[in-house]
Design a protein around this ligand. Structure first.
Ligand code: HEM
Length: 195
């Protein structure tokens, strides 16, 4: 009986982990696409919008709760509160677990900053929002490091595709920022005689 229960909780933990990860990746991808104004009414059926970004983030948080609860209930690992809440407190893969826990705390901080946006201002909120990229990185390393499915092709493919998409959109975002910051030099001012 105990072993059936153990299989159920462990399977839910694994499935919950991957679902959280995919939804988080999609939320980050959607956020980066929004910030680079990738949505164009002509080409995209308005699929990229902030409501979907918020919905994916919420859904990811719900599955994260399922993931953590299943890991905590699992009779094999015997986790206590401190193992789940405190980075490095567990003896079970402490570094990889700590990355997941720190990711959750950063996520909570970003969630709070969103609630406080009217008070802290858009600029600070936006700066803090950059931390979501760190959360994605921590979640990726946590999943690869601690997951029992990391050896499988589908899991590696999932991590690779998500990371590549995020990296490509981030490069696009940084490129757009660089272009925006480069001052447009008026050739007439540079060479007055040419005018
Ligand atoms: C940003 C939040 C998190 C995400 C996206 C995430 C995602 C994942 C993923 C994708 C896996 C791999 C599952 C597998 O290979 O089967 C995993 C494994 C695991 N996670 Fe998380 N996780 C997060 C936070 C946490 C936290 C806070 C804890 C602990 C309190 C935790 C505990 C575990 C454990 C014990 C495993 C190992 C499961 C196994 O061996 O298959 N995770 N997680």
């Amino acid at each position: 009986m105990n072993s059936i229960w153990q299989n159920v909780t462990w399977d839910i933990a694994r499935a919950g982990g991957f679902t959280t990860y995919v939804l988080l990746a999609l939320a980050v991808i959607m956020g980066l696409a929004l910030s680079t104004q990738l949505q164009s009414p002509g080409r995209w059926p308005r699929l990229i919008n902030s409501e979907l970004h918020n919905f994916l983030t919420l859904l990811s948080s719900i599955f994260l709760v399922v993931h953590i609860a299943a890991v905590w209930i699992d009779p094999f690992t015997h986790f206590g509160w401190s193992d789940i809440l405190m980075p490095f407190a567990t003896s079970y893969r402490p570094i990889w677990m700590a990355l997941g826990i720190v990711g959750v705390y950063l996520g909570i901080a970003i969630g709070i900053s969103t609630l406080l946006r009217p008070y802290i201002g858009y600029k600070l909120w936006r700066k803090l929002h950059i931390l979501t990229l760190l959360i994605f990185m921590l979640a990726t390393i946590h999943g690869i490091g601690t997951g029992s499915d990391t050896q499988t092709r589908w899991a590696l493919g999932l991590y690779a595709v998500s990371s590549i998409l995020v990296a490509l959109l981030l490069i696009r975002r940084l490129w757009a920022l660089k272009k925006k910051r480069t001052p447009v030099v008026n050739p007439a001012r540079q060479r007055p005689w040419a005018a």
